[in-house]
Design a binder for this molecule. Structure first.
Ligand code: KG4
Ligand code: ZN
Length: 375
C-alpha cells in the first residue's frame, strides 16, 4: 500500500461514537474533522457506562457520525486513502459496532483497512500538530502555554517515556520507536481515572468523575486532608489507587465530613467547603504519584521526552504539575489539548499514519482484551 495521505478514522471502544478525517503533513497530522457523539445523559443517569446501552446508542449514531465527519472535512469517499479502526481493547459490543462498520465501508469503497490499538491511539494524539484545529477544539490558554514551553519541535520523537492515564489504564511505557513499546509498570488495581470516578461517586458527583472533581478542586485546599501517596517510593514503576478510594470513603463516612451545627445554612456552606477541600486533596494525591513516578522513570530510562495521554491527561493540575517537574529536570513534555485526551477518532487517524499496516477487511476481528504488547 502506498503511504496514505488522507485517512478516515472510527473509534467506538467505550461509549463514544467518533469519526475523524486527517491529513499527513511533513510535521505531523492535521485534523480536518473530529466528531464525537457521547451518551453522557445516559451515563449520568446510571452513574457510569452501561455496555449494552452504549452499543445500542452507537448503532444508531455510527453512520450519521461518519457522514458528519466527511461533511465537516468537505471530503468525499473517493478522496480517502485508507480507513483506520479501533480494534481493541474496550467493550465488545461497542467495538463490534465500529469494526463491522469499518469493514463494510472498506469493502464497499475498496479502501485499505488499518486496525489501531486504542491504547497506542491515545499516545498518537500528541502527533496531531495542527494548532488551528486544536484551538477550535477548546485548547485552553494554559495548555497552549505548556505546548509552547515544551520544545521547538512540533511532534514527539523517540526514545520517550509514555504515561497512559485513562479510565481503565495507568501504564508507564518505554517508547523506543513507532510500534516498539516496552511496558515498565502500571496499576496493580484501580486506574487513575477509575479512582477519580469512584471518589466522585462517594462525593455524590456525576460520572465521569475526573472533570467533576477537578472543577470542585479549584476552590479547595489540596492540603486540607492528609491522604496517602500510594507506592510513591516503591522503587518500581507500579501504581495502586484502590487504597486512596478507601481512605476517602473513611473520611466521607466520618465526623470530619458532616458538621452538625444546627444551622442549616451554615451546615450547607461547611459541606461545600469540605467537599471542595476533599476534591482538591484527592486530586493532589493522584497527581503527586503520577508525576513523581513518571519523572523517575524518564530519568532511569535516560529519555529526553515525556508523552502523556488518556482521559486523565485532560486534568489541568496534572498537566501543570507535570510541566513544572519536566522543566526542572530539563525534559520536554507533550500533552494533547483536553478534547484530544478523552476518547476521539483523530488519535486513531494519527496512529494509523505512523503504523500503516493494513489487513484484509474480511478477517479483522474486534479484540476487547488487546494489550500494548500486541504491537
Ligand atoms: O481515555 P478516556 O476518555 O477513556 C478510556 O479509554 O478510559 O478516559 C476516561 C477517564 C475517566 O475516568 C474520566 O473521569 C477521566 O478520564 N477524566 C479526567 C478528566 N477528564 C476525564 N480525570 C481527571 N481530570 C479530568 N479533567
Ligand atoms: Zn480511551
Amino acid at each position: 500500500m502506498a503511504k496514505p495521505k488522507i485517512i478516515l478514522g472510527i473509534e467506538t471502544s467505550c461509549d463514544e461514537t467518533a469519526a475523524s478525517i486527517g491529513i499527513k503533513t511533513d510535521d505531523g497530522v492535521q485534523v480536518l474533522s473530529n466528531v464525537v457523539a457521547s451518551s453522557l445523559e445516559i451515563q449520568a443517569k446510571y452513574g457510569g457506562v452501561v455496555p449494552e446501552q452504549a452499543a445500542r446508542e452507537q448503532l444508531k449514531s455510527i453512520i450519521p457520525v461518519v457522514e458528519e465527519a466527511l461533511r465537516q472535512a468537505q471530503c468525499k469517499p473517493p478522496e480517502i486513502n485508507a480507513i483506520a479502526i479501533t480494534q481493541g481493547p474496550g467493550l465488545i459490543g461497542s467495538l463490534l459496532v465500529g469494526v463491522e462498520t469499518a469493514k463494510t465501508l472498506a469493502t464497499v469503497w475498496d479502501k485499505p483497512l488499518i486496525p489501531v490499538n486504542h491504547l497506542v491511539g491515545h499516545f498518537y494524539a500528541n502527533w496531531i500538530t495542527d494548532q488551528q484545529t486544536a484551538n477550535s477544539l477548546q485548547t485552553t490558554a494554559r495548555q497552549k502555554a505548556v505546548s509552547r514551553s515544551q520544545s521547538a519541535v512540533n511532534s514527539p520523537s523517540f526514545p520517550a517515556l509514555g504515561l497512559l492515564v485513562s479510565g481503565g489504564h495507568t501504564d508507564l511505557i518505554f517508547m523506543k520507536d513507532h510500534g516498539k513499546y516496552e511496558y515498565i509498570g502500571g496499576t496493580r488495581d484501580d486506574a487513575a481515572g477509575e479512582c477519580f470516578d469512584k471518589c466522585a461517586r462517594l462525593l455524590g458527583l456525576p460520572y465521569p468523575g475526573g472533570p467533576a472533581i477537578s472543577k470542585l478542586a479549584k476552590n479547595g485546599n489540596p492540603k486540607a486532608f492528609s491522604l496517602p501517596r500510594p507506592m510513591i517510593d516503591s522503587g518500581d514503576f507500579d501504581f495502586s489507587f484502590s487504597g486512596l478510594k478507601t481512605a476517602m470513603a473513611n473520611i466521607v463516612h466520618s465526623s470530619q465530613f458532616i458538621v452538625h451545627s444546627g444551622n442549616k445554612k451554615k451546615e450547607s456552606i461547611n459541606h461545600e467547603l469540605i467537599t471542595n477541600n476533599l476534591a482538591a486533596s484527592i486530586e493532589a494525591a493522584i497527581v503527586d504519584v503520577l508525576v513523581k513516578k513518571t519523572i523517575t522513570a524518564a530519568k532511569k530510562y535516560k529519555v529526553e521526552q515525556i508523552i502523556v495521554a488518556g482521559g486523565v491527561a485532560a486534568n489541568q493540575k496534572l498537566s501543570e504539575t507535570m510541566a513544572r517537574a519536566a522543566k526542572l529536570n530539563s525534559l520536554s513534555l507533550f500533552i494533547p489539548p483536553p478534547s484530544l485526551c478523552t476518547d476521539n477518532a483523530a488519535m486513531i487517524v494519527s496512529a494509523a499514519f505512523y503504523n500503516p499496516q493494513a489487513v484484509d477487511p474480511l478477517t479483522l476481528q474486534a479484540n476487547p482484551s488487546l494489550s500494548l504488547s500486541h504491537n
